[in-house]
Design a binder for this molecule. Structure first.
Ligand code: IMP
Ligand code: MG
Length: 181
């Protein structure tokens, strides 16, 4: 891990090392394997771009049931603040009609994004919608939608790395870093 990384005007310091992230993903994958092994229809992993790319990749290769992969892109963050307004920047790459959907997110913060995503998936005709997030900020999450699978819970800090960005930078780092106070 680097002692610090600089992205635009901000400095970030080590927070969660790669090995810990992977151990947490192993556990979530185990739960999904147990829950979906007897699924009659192959579920769809709905990868929410761009943040969830790395998590989805690590998660997928640990799943041992048949599944499809569909992506879509939304945006809600501006800098280090959640704006509350969700913009759909790229539509679904496949149909969710009649499918069991597992939304794969990088992080759930206020929950505005996941709220919209669940509505979109239901609106598109998904028969069953579950949420799998790499990270959850329980102190700020204010929705009632259950986050069915969570790899790690973190305090209300702004983080980058392992897919997460600060104004488009930082996604490539394999460890997670937190904003330096
Ligand atoms: P929410 O709508 O407030 O739950 O925010 C969820 C989205 O905001 C996530 O999909 C991320 O793209 C982004 N986000 C939330 N917290 C962070 C963070 O700490 N670092 C980077 N992006 C974040
Ligand atoms: Mg995101």
């Amino acid at each position: 891990m680097k002692p610090e990384i600089k992205l635009h005007d901000k400095t970030f310091v080590p927070f969660i090392p790669y090995e810990k992230i992977i151990a947490a993903i192993d556990q979530v994958a185990e739960k999904l394997n147990a829950d979906y092994k007897d699924s009659e229809v192959p579920p769809v992993l709905l990868c929410i771009l761009n943040g969830s790319i790395m998590f989805t990749g690590e998660l997928m290769k640990r799943l041992d049931f048949n599944c499809e992969l569909i992506s879509m892109k939304v945006s809600s963050y501006d800098g280090t603040e959640s704006t509350g307004k969700i913009r759909q920047v790229m539509g679904l790459t496949g149909s969710l009609k009649g499918k069991r959907v597992i939304i794969v997110e990088d992080i759930v913060d206020t929950g505005n994004t996941i709220d919209s995503l669940v509505s979109i998936a239901r609106g598109e005709g998904a028969t069953d919608v579950k949420v799998c997030s790499m990270l959850l900020k329980p102190d700020v999450y204010k929705k009632n939608i259950p986050i069915d699978y969570v790899a790690m819970r973190i305090p209300n800090d702004f983080i980058v790395g392992f897919g997460l960005d600060y104004n488009d930078l930082g996604r490539n780092y394999k460890d997670i870093y937190v904003l330096k106070q």
